[in-house]
Ligand binder design. Structure first.
Ligand SMILES: Cc1ncc(COP(=O)(O)O)c(C=O)c1O
Length: 339
């Protein structure tokens, strides 16, 4: 039997129906004069996120970096949460690509607040760098899929507006956040100046992300994307997968949250692990006795793949290819291996 792969929600394989949609996609040259399917996806995503326009990207990292690239000023600072993906998992791109310094703000749960952001924005001074932008992440990956409530995001936007600063939203899992909050994605997306969403995580596509924002910002983003090597030609083949996922996969994304809860429940009373209650599709497991590097191979041998997330922390992520029964079964295997 193939192992239950809970290392990430990026491990999903495109279904036969998704592959059919890809094979049948109408395509053009998106760099030359446009690809019709990519154009349809961009229009749909702009609408879904409450913005004027959107652009399709090969990856979330490139879309994120283009979003922050729009706000970046060399020698200035971008305020973000201390465990943000933008800071830890994008290969130093903030200073490397844009010459900006991150201003990390520690939080207990990955969730910035308006007060914390306000405190981190530099006062006008000849002695300290200026703040050029703010970035938030929803859901927050490293914090275990925590959800930033609408009111918090709205309050952060008010702070940003008060300082005339742009707000970028890393919404690789915005679909999960919206489902958990029971709001349309636009309720969150429209609060940001630019918002990135991924199709290759909870939506089960092989690849792809979008950045949404104003028409002017997306015109500028087109140039940055091209500079980063993100001009894609017959991208309709990939955009077709995303269009398919928005129609068929997005409505069931809450099932992944139920599966995460099913896994967590199996370990609730276990003496050797403390489970961080999952808010969405990510379950963080704090080992009370074992080391993550010892447990991961033992779990793999028992048919469950997870990743270490620190010396005594494991991360398990539910997704399209894992049912609630599979997740509960993974919880049982974890319970046995840790016993
Ligand atoms: C919160 C967050 N932002 C951005 C990304 C980057 O996406 P990609 O892997 O498509 O570059 C990820 C990927 O895991 C993520 O979890």
């Amino acid at each position: 039997m193939s192992p239950l792969d809970l290392r990430s929600d990026t491990v999903t394989r495109p279904s036969a129906a998704m592959r059919r949609a890809m094979a049948e996609a109408e395509v053009g040259d998106d760099v030359l004069d446009g690809d019709p399917t990519t154009g349809r996806l961009e229009a749909r995503v702009a609408e879904l996120l409450g913005h004027e326009a959107a652009l399709f990207f090969p990856s979330g990292t490139q879309a994120n970096q283009t979003g922050v690239g729009l706000q970046a000023r060399r020698g200035q600072e971008i305020v973000l949460e201390a465990n943000a993906h933008l800071l830890h998992y994008e290969m130093g791109a903030l200073p490397g690509l844009w010459g900006v310094q991150p201003r990390p703000v520690p939080t207990p749960d990955g969730l910035l607040t308006a007060e914390l952001v306000e405190q981190a924005i530099r006062p006008a001074s000849p002695h300290v760098p200026r703040t050029c932008g703010i970035a938030v992440e929803n859901t927050h990956n490293a914090a275990g899929g925590q959800v930033m409530p609408v009111a918090t995001l709205a309050a952060i936007r008010r702070v940003a507006d008060g300082h005339a600063l742009p707000l970028h939203l890393d919404g690789a899992r915005l679909w999960n956040a919206a489902a958990a909050l029971g709001v349309p994605p636009a309720t969150l997306g429209a609060l940001a100046t630019t918002v990135m969403v991924s199709f290759s995580k909870g939506l089960g596509c092989p690849v792809g992300s979008c950045l949404a924002g104003s028409r002017d910002h997306m015109r500028e983003a087109w140039t940055l994307r091209k500079r980063l090597g993100g001009g894609m030609r017959q991208s309709g083949i990939l955009a077709a997968a995303a269009l398919y996922a928005l129609e068929h996969t997005l409505p069931r994304i809450g099932d992944d949250h139920a599966a995460a809860r099913a896994l967590a429940e199996r370990l609730a009373d276990h003496p050797h692990v403390r489970v961080v209650a999952p808010a969405t599709n990510i379950v963080m497991l704090d080992l009370l006795r074992d080391r993550a590097e010892d447990v991961v191979p033992r779990l793999a041998a028992a048919g469950v793949l997870v990743v270490p997330f620190g010396p005594t922390r494991l991360r398990a992520v539910t997704h399209l290819d894992v049912t609630a029964d599979d997740a509960a079964r993974a919880g049982d295997v974890l319970a046995r291996v840790l016993a």
